[in-house]
Design a protein around this ligand. Structure first.
Ligand SMILES: [Zn+2]
Length: 680
């Protein structure tokens, strides 16, 4: 996927605004008032000023890596999905093949821990046998390809998506991948924390080998084989920031050229296994990675490759196997990597997985049963208002010439806004789900997802498709379609149950951090390289492009200066797209807010001026408290900066913020005028 979303970690939503429940109105407590920590000045750390009291009252649970607005919203949506799952599971007469039958049986199979324990590794038996039968490079590559079709992705990453330069056509993308740790830097950085994670990872590999039935001696040997193979792949992997340049990561070549580049591999055979017929070209994101892989299929023994493939299979399915395997997987990936101490209750894990596998089916019930009337319309109204002020802003930009402005306005006018839920749902009638095996259900669902993707190749691009569910509290911009997608549950604002939030809230959260942010992705360091039709095609004059790059460089510098966990700093280069989007979002949300009666009439609420309230609402949009382990992981693997900088970073550039909170020279939130930057 090459689209850019609002945030990485999916969480789910909370309390519906237009929902009934009006008896709560009398006891309304304004979260913007009570979330604040007034012992922290807004001029020194606005993020903690806006949210600090809430953090103190709501410590991070042992079963979570963070707490904040996303968890609150997530709890509500999860309890709604739980009801859908449990009601479906309780039906005794659900029609075979119906959505309720699939949801109910999937959920029930996940809750049936007795059957899961009894099955042990049996659900993977035939897959393990396939790996065992690999005997040479040809069968190795075929098996690697096969594993890609069932939800595992050893050795590299593969997907089918729109060609960056011909958005009306699907293309085959080959990318670096195959690592058990989240990023190549985990294999090489020498700081204490990364060194510790490496050593824990090796222990994890050993423990998983033991759980797969290997002797202690073989387990140790296999762990070394896997680690060595992965670090060889990591060595030739590009850094997070090097993956941002869409031109450098677009290397289209004929299939014969790809074969020539990697002469030990027959990609025709691989593609047959991947279910792709008649391909003449591929897009290789990182050619040097595949050249190295080409060497490795010969230099690494077939037996060692088999050890690595088995590990990939078990790793991909460990959450659906016995409690011992789940526990070991949790210990490394949740506890050690992200500081989560306890597993969530079983129902919550299974709700999450049912939604992950069958979200398209759950969404159909969700919009009927839980979406308040008028949600879609309200979201659209806010979105249109943001697009409107965006156009006014572009016209007034003092650094951009008329020809580029004309192109930018044209692109903006062509942005498609998909809001709420899709007009048509994916046909999942061929997906088979039973109560017998949870692991098999997940595999069937992974296979269905893969086949859905593979079946697109050679067909006309379906522009109506959604890559998120209505119950997904997130949003995205897709440069290939020049579209933003805002799922229905983005209407949720915790604390405003049964009442319409005031405009400062609507425009700070939904207008700024959602619509404004996503639209700006169309004009960030990456999105700005795509034209109005979604093609990688420069529409800038050289002078304007140079001025734009001076501005984005300032953003990179600002974020490089932010430090966490002692001396670790944010990766300004890798996070620049998100930071540009945040800055654009907060500016546009504010401009749209200025058109509302609340602003024009200077209506004070809870003692705050409209502008103060707008910034506090923006702070509420990123009310996220995260533990140290997860924060350390985030800055290495995520293109989103930590939440506190997503607030303090953009606001330090905005004059209205200085005025509203009387920020002056010497304050921590103060940035010298020559260091401030506004782009859009
Ligand atoms: Zn984003």
């Amino acid at each position: 996927m090459n689209f850019t979303s609002k945030f990485l970690f999916f969480s789910f939503g909370s309390l519906f605004l237009f929902a009934c429940n009006s008896n709560k109105n009398e006891s309304f407590v304004d979260p913007l008032l009570t979330n604040r920590d007034t012992t922290v000045s807004p001029t020194s750390n606005f993020f903690y000023h806006a949210n600090g009291s809430w953090f103190k009252k709501n410590p991070i649970a042992a079963s979570d890596q963070s707490n904040g607005i996303f968890n609150t919203i997530g709890d509500t949506i999860n309890s709604q999905i739980r009801q859908i799952c449990e009601k479906s599971a309780a039906l005794t007469d659900a029609k075979q093949g119906s959505n309720e039958q699939k949801i109910g049986d999937f959920y029930a199979s996940g809750m049936d821990t007795i059957a899961i324990e009894k099955a042990g590794l049996t659900p993977l038996k035939s897959e393990l046998a396939k790996i065992a039968s690999v005997k040479d490079v040809v069968t190795l590559m075929k098996e690697i390809a096969h594993l890609h079709t069932i939800g595992s992705s050893p050795a590299f990453s593969f997907y089918i998506g729109q060609d960056d330069k011909m958005s009306l056509k699907y293309a085959l993308f080959f990318m670096q991948g195959g690592l058990g740790l989240g990023d190549r830097d985990y294999y090489f950085n020498t700081d204490e924390r990364t060194t510790e994670i490496r050593s824990e990872y090796k222990k994890h590999l050993q423990a998983m080998q033991l759980l797969m039935g290997e002797s202690k001696e073989i387990a140790n040997k296999n762990a070394s084989i896997i680690y060595k193979l992965e670090s060889d792949l990591a060595k030739v992997s590009r850094k997070l920031e090097e993956q941002r340049d869409p031109v450098k990561n677009y290397n289209k070549m004929s299939l014969s050229k790809f074969n020539e580049l990697t002469s030990n591999i027959s990609w025709e055979n691989v593609l047959v296994e991947l279910g792709v017929k008649k391909a003449d070209s591929v897009i290789v994101r990182q050619p040097e990675f595949f050249q190295a892989l080409n060497g490795m299929v010969k230099t690494v023994s077939i037996e060692d490759w088999k050890v690595y493939l088995k590990w990939n299979l078990i790793d991909s399915y460990s959450n659906y196997l016995t409690s011992k395997i789940r526990k070991q997987n949790f210990k490394f990936y949740a506890t050690i990597m992200n500081g989560v101490k306890e597993q969530k209750p079983r129902w919550e894990n299974i709700v999450n997985q049912t939604n992950g596998s069958l979200g398209e089916l759950i969404g159909q019930i969700y919009v009927k049963e839980y979406l308040p009337a008028g949600s879609k319309e309200k979201l659209l109204e806010i979105g249109n208002s943001i697009r409107d002020v965006y156009a006014q802003h572009i016209k007034k930009l003092d650094w951009m010439s008329e020809p580029t402005k004309k192109k930018a306005l044209h692109k903006l006018s062509k942005i498609v806004m998909k809001v709420g839920y899709p007009d048509k749902w994916k046909d999942m009638s061929k997906l088979k789900i039973t109560r017998e095996s949870y692991c098999q259900n997940v595999m069937n669902s992974n296979t269905w997802d893969y086949n859905f993707m593979a079946s697109k190749y050679g067909k006309k691009v379906d522009k109506s498709e959604w890559a998120m569910y209505p119950q997904t509290y997130n949003a995205y911009y897709d440069p290939s379609n020049n579209e933003i997608v805002v799922p229905a549950c983005n209407i949720i604002v915790p604390g405003f149950e049964g009442r319409m939030p005031d405009d400062a809230i609507l425009y700070g959260i939904i207008g700024g951090s959602t619509f404004g942010h996503e639209i700006t992705h169309g004009f960030d360091d990456q999105g700005s390289q795509y034209d109005e039709n979604g093609n990688l095609n420069n529409w800038w004059t050289p002078e304007d492009l140079a001025k734009f790059q001076v501005k984005t460089k300032l953003i990179v510098e600002q974020f490089n200066n932010f430090k966490v966990l002692g001396n670790k700093h944010v990766n300004g280069e890798a996070t620049q797209g998100e930071n540009i989007a945040d800055l654009g979002g907060v500016v546009m949300g504010l401009e749209a807010f200025k058109r509302t009666p609340q602003y024009k009439n200077n209506v004070k609420i809870s003692g705050f001026s409209p502008i103060q309230r707008y910034f506090l609402a923006y702070g509420y949009a990123w009310m996220v408290n995260i533990n140290d382990e997860a924060l350390g992981n985030q800055i290495m693997t995520d293109v989103h900066a930590p939440a506190q900088f997503r607030i303090n970073g953009p606001l330090s550039n905005i004059q209205e913020f200085y005025t509203a909170f009387k920020v002056k020279k010497g304050d921590k939130m103060y940035l010298a005028p020559e260091k401030r930057v506004l782009i859009w």
